[in-house]
Design a protein around this ligand. Structure first.
Ligand code: PGA
Ligand code: ZN
Length: 425
């Protein structure tokens, strides 16, 4: 039974305030959860409650959310069995009472939802991944490592496209995939230095060089894969998240680094060319969240060859995922806990994806804490792939490290998802 719930304000990886929740159980154990925060957020995401008090943290304080947890939410959940996750999440949703969790804040609600799951795993004396997934919790995901950052995560000089990720799917184990990823990351550092490009990093730990096109990073990454002694395509694939809602202006895609504007159809052509030329296995948010009409064209053009993921478009919300399935806009959904706000709703989103033969691509946020909940969730729900930044920076590597711990613990039972984790690859 939940004995006490206590929240406080802490800092995230960008130095902004976020919510941390502690739950103490009747047995005396205390567990903790931290809440992440995005920068290129979808406009239909559940709402993050921020104080708006310009005298503190530029208005970004979360003392209101903290206060709501310590009063209203705590009162509603004390003496409830932490193992009743669906009940707890329903109480939170009802207590909030809004469509988008704007009264209590998705940050307040998620912190509690995740801490409750951890508390339940603790009571059940199970590792979190097994509490979530039972005996089927043995599939280690392909780590999609964001080694080159652009867009709003490196606005000062990077490419328009936000994320260039490597997927070391040819490795035999998760730990070997991490090793390969790290080796490619360090090879890329050398390639950038050789080309007189900056090796400063962006929000997710990837390098943020001042390139002159969105294609150039792909060339640099292929070079780095080879330099690391690996085969582009066979051993290591490439995933991209252009996060195109961020450069979609007045119905056009504005590629500042290339000084040109493309229509939706031209943007699809642009991707098709890149897919022909580079070992790309996944494109996320290739089109914008308000460009629903053109998503089926993107999916029709490339969806039978690579994974097409909706992030800002679908916001981990079964309402939009169902619409996306019906309209054939993609073949996969990005899964971010804080886009929807509770664990139960996140699991429902993943299950809806599986029901439609879609992929479920689990993701961190650009603002993170060291909480590694998504690592356990990915194994528990067998999603086969996740993205959680570069193999660099504490808040990013903590997720990869947790996955290495899980692989170690599972021993012979652990299975590495490999290339088939990617839809239509
Ligand atoms: P965000 O970026 O966390 O800043 O929203 C991640 C993404 O777009 O996938
Ligand atoms: Zn995205």
């Amino acid at each position: 039974l939940i004995d006490n719930i206590y929240a406080r304000e802490i800092l995230d990886s960008r130095g902004n305030p976020t919510v941390e929740v502690e739950i103490t159980l009747a047995c005396g154990h205390t567990v903790r959860a931290g809440v992440p925060s995005g920068a290129s957020t979808g406009s239909r995401e559940a709402v993050e409650l921020r104080d708006g008090d310009m005298n503190r943290y530029g208005g970004k304080g979360v003392l209101k959310a903290v206060q709501l947890i310590n009063t209203e939410i705590a009162a509603a959940l004390i003496n409830i069995d932490a193992r009743e996750q669906a009940l707890v999440d329903q109480i939170l949703i009802d207590l909030d009472g809004t469509e988008n969790k704007s009264r209590l804040g998705a940050n307040a609600i998620l912190g509690v939802s995740l801490a409750v799951a951890r508390a339940a795993a603790d009571v059940s004396e199970l590792p979190l991944y097994q509490y979530i997934g039972g005996l089927g919790a043995n599939l280690l995901p392909v780590p999609c490592m964001n080694i080159l950052n652009g867009g709003v995560h490196a606005r000062w000089q990077g490419p328009d496209f936000q994320e260039y990720m490597i997927a070391p799917y040819g490795a035999a184990t998760f730990s070997e995939a991490v090793q390969w990823g790290s080796e490619v990351y360090h090879a890329l550092r050398q390639v950038l230095l050789d080309n007189n490009l900056s090796v400063g990093v962006g929000d997710e730990g990837g390098f943020a060089p001042a390139v002159n096109s969105n294609r150039e990073p792909l060339e640099l990454i292929v070079k780095a894969i080879e330099k690391a002694g690996l085969r582009p395509g066979e051993d290591v694939g490439i995933c991209m998240d252009p996060a195109s809602s961020e450069f979609y202006e007045d119905g056009m895609y504005n590629l500042r680094s290339e000084n040109r504007q493309l229509t939706s159809a031209e943007m699809v052509e642009y991707y098709a060319k890149l897919v022909n030329e580079f070992p790309i296995v996944l494109i996320e948010d290739g089109l914008a969240e308000d460009d629903w009409d053109n998503w089926p064209i993107l999916n029709k053009t490339l969806g039978d060859r690579i994974e097409i993921v909706g992030d800002d478009l679908l916001v981990t919300n079964t309402k939009y995922i169902q619409k996306g399935i019906d309209l054939k806009v993609a073949n996969s959904a990005l899964i971010k806990l804080n886009q929807i706000g509770t664990l139960t709703e996140t699991i429902a989103a993943i299950q809806m994806c599986y029901g439609a033969g879609w992929g479920a691509f689990v993701s961190h946020r650009s603002g993170e804490t060291i909480d590694s909940f998504i690592a356990d969730m990915t194994v528990g729900l067998r999603t086969g792939h996740l993205k959680t930044g570069a193999p660099c920076r504490g808040e990013r590597v903590e997720k990869y490290n947790q996955l290495m711990r899980i692989e170690d613990e599972l021993g012979m039972a652990a299975i590495y998802a490999g290339r088939k984790a990617f839809i239509n690859n």
